[in-house]
Design a protein around this ligand. Structure first.
Ligand code: SF4
Ligand code: SF4
Length: 565
């Protein structure tokens, strides 16, 4: 450790840190474009120049190591003057098209221009013009005029994604970012370049021009695309998710997420195939019914079966809370031991960056709260066999489209009673006697447990019951005029979906059980007092970084004890 002084304050810092890192560790932000905490140092933008006493000229904070007794000035007139010069230089050829730039509102160049620029330009020559819409890959577009040649995107592809796909060509004012000959920017993590581009040079082909950043709200939640559980923000305008971006968590995903999770896990929330109201089959045809009627029907039908004639299939897509209440209902109310879920593992479809072969967010948690065969109970395959042989006659399925497998679909046809909680129309709901519309991960509170045993919070970013009311008069008139994706909800029937735990607790109460939960947090409190590995947890303690299951914490501390000198 060494002692340094930054802007008049003394700090003890690790002697391996650079000035920019030491300052940041102690809450002092030094402006930067090309530096990124997880990339190698390029030192090319020069905006991080600082003064170090006894050195003859300003130094760049990103590549200068701290030394004992060092005295650093990050904001004195000499430094600010240099920063203004760098900004003037960077803006010479910049198109200044903030009013039509997706990055506006979250752009470092814009922010620093407010802080460190004269407000007018002394440059009256003609600016160099470059291509404004270059398709670097299937998901990323480049505006060459906006690029400030920081090389963050190039280093990301080389160092994090492990795919060197980008490079610079030409020299001086004419430098251009491009792909290597024969390459396209198509690695599975390519859209992280958009996040780390400090200006609006790289934009998402999916999100481009859909909304200004200040029109959206950002909710801290978890990607449901695989068992990693990447932390992310869900960005919403007019009750519609428009984009998902990574949220820093050093223990899970650092600053990144994969393109699949970013793009493919939210569009179904606004899908027109959502089930909008409970449905019960009446003389072969399913008809929409009210919630009270649907739950009463399910309860009365389930009561007609013996406990060994019923099985329950939980879901690794559902939360710990959903699965816990479902397990409790299956074992304590229905009295069945036949309980399991269908794992969804795509062997080989994983890497050593983030992606996991398990394409569900909560298989660890589902097992942990009890979604597994009890005593002599049957596994999923055993349940299917028993249905086929006529031993199991009634089945309750949470969320998963198990009948997508034609063999399973044929087996389910022989059931006497099938209840399905689902958000979407699918092969399984088409066979159901009762379908109960469930909220998606984006519409409810709860927790997922990732593949390492980290329990993390999901939070609702859109609402299901108040879709119409969430659109004010102005938004409605815009929808009428432009026909946005949201208008199917605004004009169609209301979506009346509920979280699984609430649906199941409703049926349980009608069957004489006392399931008294008002919120997902009530369910979680019970989990933390009854499930050993969740002991001592609460939503507050989980916070926005997550918390390891108890045995995992103990295993880590045992390992630390064994490996400490
Ligand atoms: S496109 Fe963005 S991240 Fe890439 S070099 Fe240019 S400014 Fe930097
Ligand atoms: S790695 Fe998994 S959890 Fe992370 S963004 Fe991709 S799909 Fe989502």
């Amino acid at each position: 450790m060494v002692t340094i002084t930054i802007d008049g304050k003394q700090f003890e810092v690790d002697n391996q840190r650079t000035i920019i890192e030491a300052a940041r560790d102690n809450g002092i932000e030094i402006p930067h474009f090309c530096w990124h905490p997880k990339l190698s140092v390029a030192g090319n933008c020069r905006i991080c120049l600082v003064e170090v006493e006894k050195l003859p000229k300003l130094v760049i904070a990103c590549s200068t190591r701290v030394a004992d007794g060092m005295v650093v000035h990050t904001a004195n007139p000499k430094v600010v003057n240099a920063r203004e010069a760098v900004m003037e230089f960077l803006l010479i050829n910049h198109p200044l098209d903030c009013p039509i730039c997706d990055e506006a509102g979250e752009c470092k160049l814009q922010d620093y221009a407010y802080n460190y620029s004269a407000g007018s330009s002394r440059f009256d020559e003609t600016k160099i013009h470059k291509l404004k819409r270059v398709e670097l890959g299937p998901r990323v577009l480049l505006d060459m005029e906006r690029c400030i040649m920081c090389s963050r995107c190039i280093r990301f592809c080389d160092e994090i994604a492990g795919k060197p796909q980008l490079t610079f060509t030409e020299r001086g004012d004419h430098v251009e970012l491009t792909t290597f000959p024969g390459e396209v920017l198509d690695n599975p993590y390519s859209m992280n370049t958009i996040d780390i581009c400090p200006v609006g040079a790289l934009t998402s082909r999916d999100f481009r021009f859909k909304a200004r950043v200040w029109e959206m709200s950002a909710t801290e939640t978890i990607c449901p695309g695989c068992a990693r559980g990447c932390n992310m923000y869900s960005w919403v305008r007019n009750n519609e998710i428009l984009r998902q971006t990574p949220r820093y968590n050093a223990e899970v995903n650092e600053y990144w997420m994969c393109d699949y999770g970013r793009l493919n896990t939210f569009k179904h929330v606004n899908n027109k195939d959502r089930i909008k109201a409970p449905r019960a089959r009446k003389e072969e045809e399913p008809v929409e019914v009210g919630w009270d009627q649907a739950l009463a029907y399910v309860a009365s039908e389930l009561k007609t079966f013996k406990r060994f004639e019923i099985a329950a299939v939980g879901s690794a897509h559902a939360t710990n809370e959903d699965n816990y209440v479902f397990r409790k209902f299956a074992t304590e109310v229905l009295g069945t031991t036949h309980i399991d879920f269908l794992p969804q593992v795509k062997e080989g479809d994983e890497d050593d960056i983030l992606l996991r072969a398990d394409k569900t967010p909560n298989s660890y948690g589902a097992r942990e709260v009890g979604i597994r065969p009890k005593e002599k109970g049957l596994s999923f395959d055993g349940i299917m066999k028993a249905i086929n042989e006529g031993q199991i006659k009634a089945l309750f399925v949470l969320e998963d489209n198990i009948a997508i497998d034609p063999v399973v679909a044929r087996v389910l046809e022989s059931l006497e009673f099938l209840v399905v909680n689902s958000s979407f129309e699918n092969e399984t709901t088409r066979l159901a006697d009762v379908t109960l519309p469930s909220a998606t991960y984006a519409e409810k509170n709860g927790t997922f447990t990732n593949f390492e045993g980290r329990v993390q919070r999901i939070r609702p970013s859109v609402t299901v019951l108040e879709l119409d009311r969430s659109l004010d008069g102005f938004a409605m008139s815009r929808l009428d005029k432009f026909g946005s994706q949201s208008d199917r909800w605004a004009k169609g029937p209301k979506l009346d979906a509920r979280p699984h735990w609430k649906i199941v607790a409703g049926v349980a109460s009608l069957m004489g059980a006392k399931f008294r939960y008002n919120t997902a947090e009530d369910v979680f409190s019970e989990i933390s007092s009854t499930v050993e590995s969740f002991k001592g947890m609460s939503y507050q303690k989980i916070g926005n970084r997550g918390m390891m299951l108890r045995m995992r914490q103990e295993a880590s501390s045992d390992l630390a004890r064994m490996t400490s000198p």
